[in-house]
Structure formats: structure tokens, C-alpha cells
Write a protein that binds this ligand. Sequence first.
Ligand SMILES: [Zn+2]
Length: 338
Amino acid sequence: MPRTSKGPWCCPSCGYQVGRSSAMRKHLYDTKQQCPRVLRDIELTEEIKQYILRNRVWHPPPKQRRQPAQQNIYQTFNQINNFVNTIDSFEKLQLIMQHNNKDIETVDFAQNVRREFQDQVLLIKGNAARARDEESGDMPCFRSWRECIQQIDRACNGEDSRDMCVMIDGQRLNIVQEGQVSGFVLDVGMQIILEIVQDVYLNQYEIFLIRGIESTPNHLEKQIIREKLDVYFKFLSALERTPYVNKARYDTEIAPNERNPDSTADEKLQEYRTRFDKIQVADRERRDIRKQLAEVVKSSAKRNEDEINKAVLELLRIDDKFMDTFCTKYNVKAPGRM
Ligand SMILES: [Zn+2]
């Protein structure tokens, strides 16, 4: 898609998007109270409003960093350590990538999730769930929503700096996509993460279970796999996600090898759509699922931040050239070499 095409007018507070500036003007000026701060916790000042009307999209200015004066000499490594902690994590990630001669644009959350789950996707793509595989452990079947949440944890956790795509800044989740970082309030950020993990892996998992139910003649086995599907559906429902079965195709995705696909094949999927709609999650459990997910995402993001800090400090410690580049960039003096 050409980047020059002009997008809609976007409200940086509630996320409202509209194709006409007059409608955005109405949104910004015609109400007494500001719209909900879902996307960002910011006040829509006159200056911001005018900026949106002129430029369609407003981005928050980069975080203000204190600029230490040149005479600020870091005598000890501990001092530079403290200074590193004050630098924005994405900036540190950029420094590491630069040092490794890698393009920052290759840092992308969805790509990272794809790499992480590629073996798993290959494994389930050609297979249908079998109740007996559960005991041998060959096939993945989530026994509870906690195991579904573990998949999100796996998706968010980076192994090397290229994979550090989810970071946290206070209560704001920073997600790196195509080498650019965007900040979201936690709830919105979690939905973005869920959407990507569904797209890359969980949708395939759902199809894998349905194929299992459809292909076994054994009633007990059908029942066992249906229970697994309910576990997964409960997870989706509690997080207000849509199941893949709502848009899946029976003939190509569930039973591609069926010789005589009958014309009502897609109606078979209706059974699963209804099953999802009937899933009930008690308020308490719903809260529990959301809370656990938030905790998992936050702690993964925190861990990634810690790893980035560690990597920068290690480079500063062992690599004189990196130290020089760093000190020039931040206008500080290097401590005595360790
Ligand atoms: Zn708004």
C-alpha cells in the first residue's frame, strides 16, 4: 500500500476514526466532556485539536530525557548503569540492533510470533486432534485457560534482542511492529497481541480440534475433543475475541479431502458457532482470566526490558567502540575502562 495515501482523521484519545475533517471537528469540539481516554491517557488541548484537524493524526512527542551536561563524568560503572536505566527501551533496542549491523525494521512482533510458533503450526496443520495423543503428549491440547495464557506468554517473551517486541512503560504497553514502536493502554495492547497470536497460531489450533471432532467416528473421542474446544472457547469468550469458526470454510479447512463435499458442508460449522455463543463464563472467572493475562503480559514485557538493559550494559562493558558511540550520542563521558 502506498504510504502517501491519506488516512482518516484519528482521535488520539478514544481512537475514533473518520473520513471527513468536519466530522472530526464535531467530535473534538461539540461535546462538553472529552471522549473516553481509551487509546491514550491524554488531554485534548486546543493545540492538539488544531494539530489533528490539520494533520489527521497526532503522535505524542518522544519522552523528554534529561540531557546530562558534558562535565557530568561517570566515574564508576554503577553510575552509567543508573543512566542506562533512564533511557527509553526502544532507543536502547535501536542501539543494540545498530551495533549488530541489523536493520531495526526487521524487529516485528508478528514475525517474532511466527518464528516462535512455526514448528507447532506445521505439526498441527496436517493433523487432526486425537484424544489418545493427549496422553502421549505428541499433540498440544490446552487442558485449561491457563495453558492458553501460557501461549501468550511464549509469544511475548523474546530470546534475543530482535525478539524484544513487547515492552512496558508504566502502565503503557509498547509493541514494536516493523521497526516502529507504538504505545497502548494495557487493554488495547493485549487485544493487539491476542489478535496476532490468534492469526498466527490459535486459529490453526481451533481448526485442528474441529478437524479432530469431525474425523473421528468414536463418540467418546468426539466428546473428549469437544471438551478441549470448550476450554479454548471459554478463553476466547472471556477476552471478547471472535472464534475462527465464524469465518472458516468447511470444505477447504476442515475436510479438504472429502470426496463429495455436500452443499450443506458449511452448515456443519454452524454447530460450532452455536457452541461458542452458548459458552458461559462466570463474572468471577472472566475477571480472573483477564487479570492473569494482564499479569503475564506485563511480566513478559518487564523481562524483555531487563534483557535489553543487560545487553546494553554488557556491550558498554566489553566493547570500547560501543561505549564511544554511546557516550557521544548521550553527551556523557565514559567511566574508566573496566
Ligand atoms: Zn475521541
